[in-house]
Design a protein around this ligand. Structure first.
Ligand SMILES: [Zn+2]
Length: 296
């Protein structure tokens, strides 16, 4: 399949810092369903907004998306000072229900779940891309151990709100689905584990992208003959901006290495370093041997 054009990651994010935020108990109908989560992050004033590309917010080797992943622990530890610091610089994470809240604010429960989802996604993909078998098994088993017995789906999101209701059903899970009628992979089924988890993260990413729209975010129409319209993938808040940065730079460009025998190009099965199979390794070795003999 050939693409018509390379899409580079223009991200349309209207960053609007909330310089003074407070974490308050909120008794509104949207957040009170969650025990211990019935709190809101409210703000008293806006700072001026801008349209930064997330890359411009990388600081000293720390990527912006990593900063957002790190915010998860601030929420877990209830370190509101750090949370306020984040909001003061980057603005809201992007709770879709902001405008329905009274007072206006983001639900702490939503932020916790959304960050758990994103942090899980980023870390899982890191394990997959580096083929960290031990880390992957540990992750899988810890999710298995806390899932109710006999369930067909396994949610790979960790450090979320284990018993709370999901505040954003479609975008808060990374679901592992076993092939029809099959059990979960056992200790010696490495390839099956990788296949299942890759499928799960790809589906989760696809779900998020389904809500991402391409929009005109900058228009300069002062010269009628040369209108300038800049298009970007719309980020509803700091979390979407981080997700899109990670998607364009880490997730989408990743290629599984392919077989080194010229003309083969099959992706390398997990665990093989150069060739897809012993036949290709052999064939390439003989081919190189023949070439050397011809030179002599
Ligand atoms: Zn091959």
């Amino acid at each position: 399949m050939e693409s018509l054009r390379n899409v580079y990651g223009e991200i349309a994010w209207s960053r609007r810092p909330w310089p003074q935020v407070q974490v308050r108990p909120g008794a509104d109908e949207l957040s009170c369903g969650l025990s211990k989560e019935d709190r809101l992050i409210v703000w008293t004033q806006y700072a001026p907004s801008d349209w930064p590309h997330p890359d411009k917010l990388d600081v000293e080797g720390l990527r912006f998306y990593e900063r957002v992943v790190g915010l998860q622990s601030a929420f877990c530890e209830e370190n509101w000072e750090e949370v306020a610091d984040f909001y003061g610089t980057y603005g809201p994470l992007g709770d879709p229900a902001v405008l329905k809240q009274k007072p206006l604010g983001e639900r702490v429960g939503w932020c916790r779940q959304a960050l758990a989802w994103f942090a899980s996604l980023v870390r899982l993909v890191g394990l997959l891309q580096t083929e960290d078998d031990a880390g992957l098994w540990l992750w899988f088993e810890s999710c298995l151990s806390r899932s109710p017995g006999g369930s067909v789906l396994l949610d790979l999101v960790r450090d979320g709100v284990p018993r709370g209701a999901l505040l954003d059903q479609t975008r808060m899970r990374i679901e592992l689905v076993p092939q029809a009628g099959r059990t979960w992979p056992g200790a010696r089924e490495r390839q099956r584990l990788y296949d299942l988890i890759w499928d799960a993260v790809i589906d989760a990413v696809q779900g998020r992208l389904a809500d991402t729209h391409l929009e005109p975010f900058r228009r300069v129409l002062s010269r009628p003959s040369r209108p300038v319209v800049q298009w970007g993938f719309a980020a509803g808040g700091a979390l979407d901006a981080a997700f899109l940065q990670w998607f364009f730079e880490i997730f989408a460009p990743f290629q599984r290495p392919t077989c080194e025998r010229p003309g083969c190009d099959r992706p390398l099965p997990v665990g093989r370093r150069k060739y897809c199979c012993p036949q290709c390794a052999n064939a390439h070795r003989k081919q190189r041997q023949r070439e050397r003999e011809r030179v002599r």
